[in-house]
Design a protein around this ligand. Structure first.
Ligand SMILES: C[S@@+](CC[C@H](N)C(=O)[O-])C[C@H]1O[C@@H](n2cnc3c(N)ncnc32)[C@H](O)[C@@H]1O
Length: 214
């Protein structure tokens, strides 16, 4: 017996190299709007200097390439549980790969954020649903916030629920997406881009209060 609260099993196993390559090709055709999301991530980050970036579920490195080319990146940590995806990302990034630290880790484990350091931005695209149930979204974002420096940002993009969604347990309603950021403790939550039933939200990790002015 299964209930709506059960985690869904992994359907597409990105740890398999052939499966990962097939997903990349199919996604290029099925989701032609993704480059506009890459640009929207870069638009948020472009004004910030010397960025320490962590990407969750970094996959084939497409977002990493755009950020590395268009933004002032000091360090870039690409976290994914698939060595196959890291291999593909290193290929895709070419010389830029030398600026990326590839971390193989499962973000469903509660200690995934340990020892990673602090970041000016945590970014994630089409990956948070891989916690395999939307009820894990807030805990994932809370852990992400634990490694965002004060004043730093979380950029979260993923699909939201529509009548056509095949696996509704994975997709929060559109209104629940910014609420999840709020529940995880982020402030100044803003929609930065939306297309194809996917939205990019930006939340800030509040800087510490200046006690001298209160
Ligand atoms: C749909 S792909 C998206 C990849 C990338 N963010 C993009 O949009 O091009 C999901 C990615 O999340 C990774 N992933 C899935 N489950 C994960 C987990 N539990 N921990 C870390 N990474 C995971 C997969 O290996 C895959 O690279």
């Amino acid at each position: 017996m299964t209930s709506d609260d059960d985690d869904l099993p992994i359907r597409v196993d990105f740890r398999d190299l052939a499966t990962a390559r097939t997903w990349i090709e199919e996604t290029r055709i099925k989701r032609p709007y993704r480059p506009r999301f890459f640009a929207a991530f870069c638009a948020v980050l472009a004004s910030r200097p010397k960025l320490r970036i962590l990407e969750l579920g970094s996959g084939p490195g497409q977002l990493a390439r755009e950020i590395l080319v268009h933004c002032d990146v000091h360090t870039y940590v690409a976290l994914d549980f698939s060595p196959a995806m890291h291999e593909i990302a290193a290929e895709h990034l070419g010389e830029l790969a030398s600026r990326v630290t590839f971390v193989t880790r499962d973000f469903r484990e509660p200690d995934w954020a340990n020892d990673l350091g602090m970041f000016d931005a945590v970014v994630t695209l089409q990956a948070a649903h891989e916690t395999r149930h939307k009820r894990h979204l807030v805990p994932l974002l809370e852990r992400a916030r634990s490694v965002v420096a004060p004043g730093g940002v979380l950029l979260y993009a993923d699909h939201y629920l529509t009548p056509e969604t095949k696996l509704p347990a994975l997709a929060p309603a559109r209104d629940e997406q910014p609420l999840a950021l709020e529940r995880a403790g982020f402030v100044e939550i803003e929609l930065r881009y939306e297309e194809g039933n996917m939205a990019l939200w930006c939340g800030t990790n509040e800087p510490p209060r200046d006690e001298t002015t209160t």
